[in-house]
Design a protein around this ligand. Structure first.
Ligand code: C6P
Length: 404
């Protein structure tokens, strides 16, 4: 049975609103997805009925909230086939990569190599640049092919005895390319390196099993997965987390603190200093319940069908340049329109009620690779419909006419 996007839209109250007098067509879910009632209500319910700080209290509300918070950790763990002790709550994917980079940095030295790729988001570039600046480690860049694939042969050549870390995106936020993470991890491990995957986009569109992937670290944010902002996940294999020093110091991450001595808690609490994002974790747990209740294969087929429909309708548009055409790619369309700046394209589309992103998408090396300074991007989610895909193509065709 085909996925019923119309029915699911009723779960997302914001989708009923109008923008500039037109029905909202939200095609910016790769930046941040809209929230279903399940998430809104779970967070509101916690605030209205059972809220206190976690892990500290001996009273009923504190215990209930701790159960809800740790329950959310269990849900995340089950969602990606990990143990709960391997799930660290962070404020987002960005913080998760920074946590790993800072921790691994403590045992890297000048000349050690870190392999990243041209298709990375800045979140998976800048923390490694910090180590380059601070320690003199060398960043090795996996090139991207003209159609937007990772050049796997070049990747293999970059791996060597000095490779200590491989950090790659599972799915590109610009190209939509889905990398064969399992094969990439195996190659990195053969070279003796630790592997981190940036799963921000992939986790939304396909089931992820970290044990099957065999990675050491996997990071993602809650807000792209129909959950709230302010929460992200760092999965770390038990032995990989055990080898990391604390990232921040404060309450709840310690064993004992005295005037001269300090010991640290075991993972995951070692990495959760201070009051954590309690409500956000509860919201993310609800988002995962929401996702788990869906047939994810049907959802993926639905998103692909929307993307394929748009590509087919725009096939003859000689004013359009699509960036990223890898086989099996996800439902993300990055493009430029001849003679138009991507920001202008996005602003004109907005007049038609259509929300797309434009800019560098926090992926400047990738923009340079494709010889552009920016692109527009339409990203499709489970709540988008064929009518919306048509509205986008119609509005884009009219937009192009301004610049012809
Ligand atoms: N990409 C986009 O419009 P944070 O900001 O920490 O939640 O996620 C960072 C991040 C890391 N990796 C990938 C692949 C991402 O797509 C993102 C966020 C958004 O593409 C905002 S720039």
């Amino acid at each position: 049975m085909a996925f019923d996007a119309e029915a699911i839209r009723a779960d997302f109250p914001i989708l009923a609103r109008q923008v500039n007098g037109k029905p909202l067509v939200y095609l910016d879910s790769a930046a941040s997805a809209q929230k279903p009632y399940a998430v809104i209500r779970a967070m509101t319910h916690a605030m209205e009925h059972s809220y206190a700080n976690v892990h500290r209290g001996l009273h009923t509300l504190a215990n209930e909230t701790t159960d809800a918070y740790e329950g959310a950790r269990n849900k995340v763990a089950a969602f990606i086939n990990a143990a709960a002790t391997e799930i660290v709550f962070t404020k987002g994917a960005t913080e998760a990569v920074n946590l790993v980079a800072a921790g691994l940095g403590a045992r890297l030295q000048a000349g050690d190599e870190i392999v990243i790729s041209q298709m990375e988001h800045h979140a998976n570039i800048v923390p490694w640049h910090f180590l380059r600046e601070k320690l003199g480690v060398v960043l090795k860049w996996v090139p991207v092919t003209d159609d937007g694939r990772l050049d796997v042969a070049a990747y293999q050549d970059l791996l060597g005895p000095r490779t200590k870390v491989v950090a790659l995106s599972h799915m590109s936020n610009v190209l939509g390319t889905v990398n064969d993470a399992k094969a990439l991890a195996r190659m990195a491990h053969d070279a003796g390196a630790l592997v981190l995957f940036d799963g921000c986009q992939a986790i939304v569109h396909q089931p992820v099993d970290v044990q099957d992937l065999g990675c050491d670290f996997y990071v993602f944010s809650g807000h792209k997965l129909y959950g709230p902002t302010g929460i992200g996940i760092l999965y770390g294999k038990a032995e990989a987390l055990a080898g990391l020093p604390p990232y921040q110091g404060g309450g709840e991450m310690i064993g004992i603190v005295s005037q001269d001595v300090i010991t640290y808690a075991d993972p995951p609490h070692r990495f959760e200093a201070g009051t954590p994002p309690i409500l956000e974790a509860i919201g993310l747990g609800a988002a995962i319940d929401f996702m788990t209740a869906l047939d994810r294969t049907e959802v993926a087929e639905h998103e692909h069908a929307l993307y394929a429909h748009v590509r087919e309708r725009l096939a003859g548009a000689n004013w359009l340049r699509v960036i990223g055409d890898a086989p099996g790619k996800g439902a993300i369309l990055s493009f430029t329109v001849d003679g138009a700046h991507a920001h202008d394209v996005a602003q004109i589309l907005d007049r038609y009620g259509i929300a797309v992103r434009a800019g560098t998408h926090c992926a400047e090396p990738l923009m340079r690779r494709f010889g552009v300074t920016s692109s527009a991007r339409a990203s499709f989610a489970l709540y988008n419909t064929l009518e919306e895909a048509d509205a986008f193509v119609d509005a884009l065709t009219k937009t192009q006419a301004f610049f012809a």
